[in-house]
Ligand binder design. Structure first.
Ligand code: FE
Length: 341
């Protein structure tokens, strides 16, 4: 009896010391993403490396405020969020540190890497045009410029101009077409509005289906979510609305990223680099991109997503994500000048 107790306590002692070792290898991840497939991704990372992922989920502004407040004492190792302009803002605030990784440089195209490899995109999304299939000929809305065409007066729905999705699109238009065309495009869109900007991207798509407007701008994945929904009302929206990947005969469709970087103050820099490198593996790319029906940035990684397959392939505007961020202040200035609230 005594012997058995000894064996048990020895065994549990061994187990405990194993747990302690595992606890020493941690990664503190601050993320504004929260998709179920991310859980699988983190679990696989832990399985592959023994590094435990501590997740702090929150809205992006809250996380940014938190990192700022925590300062050099911040436990954050990696910060993950959406949109190049947001990543660049975090970089401008001095949050990120360069990562020297041949693996990351080889796997992530330069278009999706920030200045000096201080942040990276891991998946990308497209800003697309949606139209009412009964009222609009898709041939008439093949370009972003068409949204500003006076023939669509009073027929366009779009969320607020100050939202980062529209600001980054605007930045790409400034870069691709110059200041004058960009400003007049914003003015044209504003004069075509069916209603004052309100709601998120999904609300714009729903408004097209409901007949409140005939055209809308939205990121593609909001539509993919509706495609994936088993609610009859959502299926009805999908039936009434068509999608266009704009500017296929020009620069290509504007895309933005979900991504992240390592914090300058990261207490676990080795783990952080391993994690970011892991995100470029084909396996992690699949989960990261599919969590939000986005495309993986790594070319060898296949999305294997039925909704994306249905949407089809398209020409991507090759503008560097960093340039979007660079033109973001000017974009906001034009949005304000155009009265796009
Ligand atoms: Fe979104």
């Amino acid at each position: 009896m005594i012997f058995r107790t000894l064996v048990v306590s020895l065994a549990s002692g061994l187990f405990l010391s194993g747990a302690v070792t595992a606890q020493q290898q941690v990664l503190n991840l601050y993320s504004s993403r929260h998709y179920q497939s991310d859980e699988i991704l983190y679990a696989n990372f832990t399985k592959a490396t023994g590094i435990k992922v501590n997740r702090i989920d929150g809205k992006e502004d809250e996380l940014i405020q938190r990192i700022r407040r925590e300062g050099s004492a911040s436990p954050a190792d990696v910060f993950i969020t959406v949109d190049a302009a947001n990543l660049q803002a975090a970089d401008d605030a001095g949050f990120f540190v360069s990562i020297n990784s041949t693996l990351i440089r080889d796997r992530i195209p330069i278009q999706f890497r920030g200045t000096d490899d201080r942040w990276f995109g891991f998946s990308y999304r497209a800003r697309t045009i949606f139209y009412n299939v009964d009222k609009v000929n898709p041939a008439d809305v093949q370009n972003y410029a068409d949204l500003a065409d006076p023939k669509f007066m009073g027929r366009v729905c779009v969320r607020s101009g100050g939202h980062v999705y529209n600001r980054s699109l605007m930045a790409s238009i400034i870069y691709n077409h110059g200041n004058d065309k960009a400003l007049s495009w914003a003015r044209g869109v504003v004069s075509n509005l069916a209603r004052a900007p309100k709601g998120g991207d999904t609300d714009q798509i729903r408004a097209v289906a409901a007949g409140e407007c005939d055209l809308a701008l939205s990121n593609h994945y909001y539509f993919a979510r509706l495609m994936a929904s088993d609610k009859p009302a959502d299926q009805e929206v999908v039936r009434r609305v068509g999608i266009v990947f704009p500017d296929q005969n020009g620069k290509g469709t504007h895309v933005n990223i979900s991504g992240g970087g390592m914090l300058k103050t990261a207490p676990n820099k080795v783990a952080a680099q391993k994690f970011l490198e892991y995100l470029t593996s084909d396996e992690a790319q699949f989960y990261f991109a599919n969590g939000n029906n986005e495309w993986p940035v790594v070319r060898s990684a296949k999305p294997n997503n039925p909704y994306l397959e249905k949407l089809g392939g398209f020409k991507v505007d090759g503008l560097r994500a960093g340039a979007l961020a660079q033109y973001s202040p000017k974009a906001q200035q034009f949005i304000d000048q155009a009265g796009w609230r």
